[in-house]
Write a protein that binds this ligand. Structure first.
Ligand code: PGA
Ligand code: ZN
Length: 421
């Protein structure tokens, strides 16, 4: 059999927010695999660079023709003839070809499209499901279905006139398998819709398919979600709450600007706010509670709440081993959010997950504000056996991932382990 890469071709396609993104086809004698890259709205400053054209005549500067060109003219030439099953070698070539710390020469979007397409082609050529193939790449002992973590209310950069904090999530944890967990979560989501309507709030949705009402305060979001959990008939043991403050976005001149409350808080005052909420509500996880370089604040936050709940770094860690290592050393967090396009290759993402696990950090695979129909993330989560899966809950670009996980669980039958158990 000939597993050599014969052709790589990229093109500009659209993401779920209607912006251009990049798709790559990778072709061998026996298969053709495609991958599309997602994109963030509240992108951290330490993320690998997403290359955009900045040509205002097209898509308000958001075109990705330069990235497409980098794949078709530069990357393809280097990878033709390489065995598509050699993921590490392929990713090393991509990293070396770029040569920069943050993939700013070729663009992390160009690089990731090829890296993901190679991974899918490798799976097809090895006659394996993508999740099985990734399990091998990641040397995961078991295939595991993650806990779904559903964004049910969103604000910040993901919606206008909603909360200052970006995401309010629910984490169903009382169910015996993934399918049931997802049902708990979706039932609460629909109950929240009724709770919001009964209070006269609108139920339009933001970027990730979660409700984005114009509430009176940030805390009201937590109150209403707690109410929806009860109304849906679940206890707080069965379904609990998580936050993603995305607070780098509200950090201005050393303070956190909560416009809803008309107050500006210091790091310590933010930590007090979270401690108070954790006392009052069933909150078990806080992501980006403080800004991406507020390391001292993160240390104090983790000292205060880290033995009770997940303290999750997204913009803080950006799926980058160097920053995860720093957080381990400083005891600045206890969980890592994982996004493939923050670092730009499949291999580096796997390494970030492995390193996090070795250091007892929980791992959460996450969506971006702008997603696509590509379901690679679902297979990736199972193959690397991350603990949680932060997507959705609604809109096809998000449910596509959940539906893929449902199929994987069915396919694995008794072999499927579930993160919760
Ligand atoms: P983003 O949001 O894609 O806008 O970064 C997702 C998140 O912050 O978790
Ligand atoms: Zn986040």
């Amino acid at each position: 059999m000939d597993f050599k890469i014969r052709k790589i071709k990229a093109r500009e396609v659209l993401d779920s927010r209607g912006n251009p993104t990049i798709e790559a086809d990778l072709i061998t004698k026996s298969c053709c695999a495609k991958a599309i890259v997602p994109s963030g709205a509240s992108t951290g400053i330490h993320e690998a660079l997403e290359l955009r054209d900045n040509d205002n005549k097209r898509y308000s500067g958001k075109g990705v023709l330069k990235a497409v060109n980098n794949v078709n003219k530069i990357i393809a030439k280097k990878l033709i003839g390489v065995d598509c099953r050699k993921q590490r070698e392929i990713d090393d070539i991509l990293i070396e070809l770029d040569g920069t710390e943050n993939k700013s020469k070729l663009g992390a979007n160009a690089i990731l499209a090829v890296s993901m397409a190679a991974c899918k082609a490798g799976a097809i050529c090895s006659h394996k499901q993508i999740y099985e193939y990734i399990q091998k790449l990641a040397s995961s002992k078991k295939l595991m279905l993650p806990d779904p973590m559903l964004v049910v209310l969103e604000g910040g950069k993901h919606a206008d006139n909603s909360t200052d904090f970006q995401e309010f999530l629910i984490l169903p944890k009382g169910a015996k398998n993934f399918r049931e967990s997802l049902r708990y979560g979706i039932e609460v989501y629909h109950c929240l819709e009724r709770v919001l309507k009964s209070k006269g709030y609108n139920t339009n949705v933001g970027n990730e398919g979660a409700f984005a009402p114009n509430l009176n305060s940030n805390e009201e979001a937590v109150e209403l979600i707690a109410k929806a959990i009860e109304k849906a008939g679940y206890s707080f043991k069965q379904v609990s709450i998580a936050l993603d403050s995305a607070s780098s976005e509200i950090y201005e001149n050393g303070k956190y600007n909560l416009k809803k409350e008309k107050i500006k808080l210091t790091s310590d005052e933010m930590i007090d706010l979270y401690s108070n909420w954790v006392e009052k509500y069933p909150i078990i996880s806080i992501e980006d509670g403080l800004a991406q370089d507020d390391w001292n604040g993160w240390q104090r936050l983790n000292r205060k709440l880290g033995d009770k709940i997940q303290i999750v770094g997204d913009d803080l860690l950006v799926t980058n081993i160097k920053r995860i290592k720093k957080a381990v050393e400083l005891k600045a967090a206890n969980s890592a959010l994982i996004k493939l396009n923050q670092i730009g290759t499949v291999t580096e993402t796997i390494m970030a997950i492995q390193f996090s696990k070795e250091n007892k950090f929980n791992t959460i695979l996450s969506q971006r504000a702008a997603e696509t129909e590509d379901t690679f993330a679902a297979d990736f989560a199972v193959g690397t056996s991350v603990k949680e899966f932060k997507f959705g809950p609604t809109r096809s670009e998000r449910t596509a991932k959940y539906n893929r996980l449902l199929r994987i669980e069915e396919e694995l039958g008794n072999k499927a382990k579930f993160a919760r158990l």
